[in-house]
Ligand binder design. Structure first.
Ligand code: CP3
Length: 331
C-alpha cells in the first residue's frame, strides 16, 4: 500500500507522505519547455503522451510519494459542451453556458471525450513505482459552477440564483462521479476534490452548495473504496462543520487555517497541507521554520505534507527540493 493510502485509510502515523498541489506546472523549466511548443492548454491536457510525461516530471526530480495526473478541473465543463480557453494573464474563460446543450449530454459521449485523460492515467500507472499513489482529481460542483457561469469575472456572485441551479449542480455531480469512476478504472488510486471557490458562498448557503455536493461525491467514492481528500478552500472555521457532515478520508487545510486549531477540531480524518505557498518564495530560514511548525503540530496525527494551495509559478525548484529533504529528516 502506498504511504498516502496508509495515512488516508489506516490513519498510520508512523510514516510520512509528501506531494504538492501543482507539482507539475510552470515553476518547472522542463514543463515550460513543453508548454512553449503547445500553446493551447486544453489540447495539452488531451495529449495523453505529453500529459503522462508532465505528470512524471516532478517525480523524476524530487523525493515525492505521489503523482497527480496532469489535467485540469475545467476539462469537465469542456466535455459537457462549453468551450474553455486559457488567456494569458486572465486565466480561464468559458463560452456562454447553454442549457439545451448541457441537457443533451450523454454519459457515453462524456467518457469518450475524456478518453485521452484515462489513457494518460493508464500509461502513467505503468511507469510509476508501485509504492507511489497516482492521484486523480475533480473540481467540486460549486467551483465548476462558478467557472461555467463566469461568476468570478463578471463580479456577479449573487447572480447564482439561476432558476435551474439545483438541477445543474446535481447533474454536474453525476458527471463528476462518472469521471472519478473512469479515472479509477484507468488506474488512479486516490482522488482529490478541489472546491477552490467555496469561500465565495455565504455561510447560510454553504450546506446546500458546498457540503451536500461534496458529501454526495465522498459517499460515491466510499462505495467504490476510493480514498478521497476534500479541499473546501476559504471556508475558515466552517472546516469543522464540513468535516463532520462530509466525512472525507482526508481534508486539505488552506493557509488561513491555524494548524493547532485544525489538530484540535478536525477529527476522524487525515489532515493534509496548510503551509502558505508564498512562503516558498522567501528565505530558506523562513521556509524551514514554517515547515517545522506544521510538522511539529501534526506529529502524532495522520498528516500528509502539502501546501495550503498550489505551488506558485515563481517557486524555485531548488527550494522545493530543500523543503522535501527537511521534511524527510524531521523527527
Ligand atoms: O496539481 C497538478 O500538478 C495537477 C494538475 C492541475 C492543474 N490544474 C494544471 C494546470 C490541477 C490539479 C489543477 C486544478 C485546478 N485548475 C484548480 C483547483 C486548484 C486551484 O488552483 O484552486 C482550478 C481552480 C483550476 C482552473 C485553472 N487552471 C486556472 C484558474 C488556471 C489558470 C491560472 C493558474 O493558476 O495557472 C489553470 C491553468 C493550469 N492548470 C495550469 C496548470 C499547470 C497553468 C497553465 C499554463 O501553463 O499557463
Amino acid at each position: 500500500m502506498s504511504t498516502l493510502k496508509r495515512i488516508l485509510v489506516r490513519k498510520d502515523t508512523s510514516c510520512k507522505s509528501i506531494w504538492f498541489m501543482r507539482q507539475a506546472g510552470r515553476y518547472l523549466p522542463e514543463f515550460r519547455k513543453i508548454r512553449k511548443k503547445n500553446r493551447n492548454f486544453i489540447d495539452l491536457c488531451f495529449n495523453s503522451k505529453l500529459s503522462s510525461r508532465i505528470t512524471l516530471q516532478p517525480i523524476k526530480r524530487f523525493d515525492l510519494d505521489s503523482a497527480i495526473i496532469f489535467s485540469d478541473i475545467l476539462i469537465v465543463p469542456h466535455a459537457l459542451g462549453q468551450n474553455v480557453k486559457f488567456l494569458k494573464n486572465k486565466g480561464p474563460v468559458l463560452s456562454e453556458f447553454n442549457y439545451d446543450i448541457f441537457k443533451k449530454n450523454k454519459r457515453k459521449e462524456f467518457t469518450k471525450k475524456l478518453l485521452p485523460v484515462y489513457k494518460a492515467i493508464k500509461t502513467t500507472r505503468k511507469k510509476l513505482n508501485k509504492k507511489k499513489s497516482l492521484i486523480s482529481f475533480v473540481g467540486a460542483p460549486w467551483t465548476l459552477y462558478v467557472y461555467m457561469f463566469g461568476l468570478k469575472n463578471k463580479g456577479k456572485i449573487n447572480n447564482y440564483k439561476f432558476k435551474k441551479k439545483n438541477e445543474i449542480i446535481s447533474k454536474i455531480t453525476d458527471y463528476l462521479c462518472l469521471h472519478i469512476s473512469n479515472q479509477m478504472k484507468a488506474g488512479a488510486d486516490v482522488v482529490q476534490i478541489f472546491d477552490s471557490w467555496a469561500g465565495l458562498i455565504p455561510n447560510k448557503h454553504l450546506k446546500q452548495y458546498c457540503y451536500i455536493p461534496n458529501r454526495r461525491i465522498v459517499a460515491f467514492c466510499k462505495k467504490k473504496k476510493m480514498p478521497v481528500i476534500c479541499f473546501p478552500k476559504g471556508i475558515k472555521k466552517r472546516y469543522l462543520d464540513f468535516n463532520e457532515f462530509v466525512k472525507p478520508d482526508g481534508l486539505n487545510i488552506d493557509y488561513e487555517i491555524d494548524p493547532k486549531w485544525a489538530k484540535k477540531n478536525l477529527r476522524n480524518t487525515s489532515i493534509q497541507g496548510g503551509m502558505d505557498p508564498k512562503v516558498l518564495l522567501g528565505s530558506k530560514k523562513r521556509i524551514l521554520k514554517e515547515a517545522k511548525r506544521y510538522m511539529d503540530v501534526f506529529k502524532n496525527v495522520p498528516y500528509i505534507f502539502n501546501l495550503g494551495h498550489g505551488l506558485l509559478p515563481k517557486t524555485r525548484p531548488e527550494k522545493l527540493d530543500m523543503l522535501i529533504k527537511f521534511i524527510r529528516e524531521h523527527k
